[in-house]
Design a protein around this ligand. Structure first.
Ligand SMILES: [Zn+2]
Length: 416
């Protein structure tokens, strides 16, 4: 068969398989506008605004999910400049990104918004200039900005309904988020507490029967960790009554984590879960390791806490052993030198692996020479999983504008 005949046979294939094959085998997306999601595929967009974490999932039947929608107010001394620029708020850029990619997939709403924890770089800080929302009662930032642009149907977080574990939320950003959730409920959205161990809380909503090998396992929340058996969990943190208030679990330690699976493809995300390396601190303060063990090996792992020095412990790397690490970064401390060394350590697990970052602060590249090995360090990171989850590719999309132009493409990588 000549190359031309081979290409012709590809285009003659059924639409769904053909569209995937055309994109994956030819690797010709570089320089083009990112081809839209195709039915049966799984797209995971790590959106790079330079202002926090946000990930958009378009699932095989078109069910949509966003995990986090950060808008940190941190100063430029330590962070990169906002992307594409500061003419809009970070949450507006996130909402517009989600709207474009969902519309290309024939959707106009976010079925699930999942908040890992109540910090500004994951839900949005409130600043003096933050405008009041149309619905009133809260300010626009992060996720509340997204909701102005794309309707959100269901909200899952670690604190609903009373937001009181381990202590009542008091920060301005958290109180604003709580008011946002109340307003969304009045507007018809559903809010629920994320349930550790569940494989039912996040489900395909459109054609679940067509994709029986797709699932989302809730791994952990508030220190309650899935045991790996049925939906049972155990408490990793001591009861609060036994602790001095100063030793209560931190907001980061209470993060929720989940594992998304599609056939042989597995994906881990866990907010800012730390491994608690403070010398002499109690063993239970390492919540990263038990959650990583509950997840087991995955193809793609998100770095906890942006690869900061209190994360990416040996057990996290050894248990997840991903083919691709994804780092959502914007700060000069993302990632730590020790974290990067562990990611690349073939003592912790054998075989090839790559690291992709949404951004790197120039000063960190100088301090941390290993960062020269990253596959990419500037742009949205799209993990595109083939129908059935057999393989995935990584596309880097330009974030200097809203062009969605593909800057680089890696893979395909076999799953399993
Ligand atoms: Zn964070």
């Amino acid at each position: 068969m000549t190359r031309k005949d081979f290409l012709k046979s590809l285009f003659a294939a059924p639409l769904l398989a053909g569209a995937w094959a055309k994109n994956s085998l030819l690797g010709q997306t570089v320089g083009t506008v990112c081809p839209p999601w195709q039915p049966g595929g799984l797209d995971i967009h790590h959106i790079a605004t330079g202002r926090g974490n946000s990930t958009l999932f378009i699932c095989p039947d078109g069910t949509s999910m966003m995990v986090d929608a950060g808008a940190t107010s941190g100063g430029l001394k330590y962070t990169i400049a906002p992307k594409p620029d500061d003419s809009r708020r970070p949450g507006e850029w996130l909402g517009r990104y989600a709207k474009r990619h969902l519309q290309a997939a024939g959707r106009n709403e976010i079925d699930y918004f999942v908040l890992t924890h109540l910090h500004g770089d994951h839900m949005g800080d409130v600043v003096a200039e933050s405008p009041t929302a149309r619905l009133g009662g809260y300010k626009l930032t992060g996720i509340s900005d997204v909701a102005e642009i794309v309707p959100i149907r269901r909200i899952l977080d670690r604190g609903y309904p009373d937001y009181s574990y381990p202590v009542k939320q008091e920060g301005a950003a958290a109180l604003n988020y709580i008011e946002f959730v109340k307003a969304q409920q009045k507007n018809g959205a559903v809010a629920e507490k994320f349930r550790a161990g569940s494989r039912q809380q996040i489900r395909l909503l459109r054609k679940p029967a067509d994709f029986g090998d797709f699932s989302v396992r809730n791994l952990a929340v508030n220190g309650e960790v899935w045991t790996g058996v049925g939906e049972s969990t155990r408490h990793h943190f001591p009861a609060l009554e036994t602790l001095a208030r100063a030793d209560y679990p931190s907001e980061n330690m209470c993060c929720l984590a989940l594992r998304l699976s599609y056939g042989p493809f597995d994906y881990y995300t866990g907010g800012d879960l730390p491994s608690g390396i403070n010398d002499g601190s109690a063993a239970w303060k390492d919540i990263e390791s038990p959650v990583a063990r509950a997840a087991g090996p995955v193809e793609v792992a998100i770095l906890n806490h942006h690869g900061y020095t209190d994360t990416t412990g040996a057990e996290y790397v050894r248990s997840l052993r991903p083919r691709a690490f994804i780092l959502m970064a914007w700060d000069s401390a993302h990632p730590a030198i020790s974290s990067l060394q562990r990611m690349y350590s073939t003592t912790l697990y054998p075989g090839p692996r790559d690291v992709y970052a949404t951004a790197l602060k120039a000063e960190n590249k100088i301090a941390n020479k290993g960062l020269a090995n990253l596959k990419s360090d500037d742009g949205h990171i799209l993990v595109r999983v083939s129908p059935g989850g057999k393989e995935f590719r990584v596309l880097i999309l330009d974030n200097a504008s809203e062009s969605d132009r593909v800057k680089a493409e890696f893979g395909p990588f076999a799953c399993g």
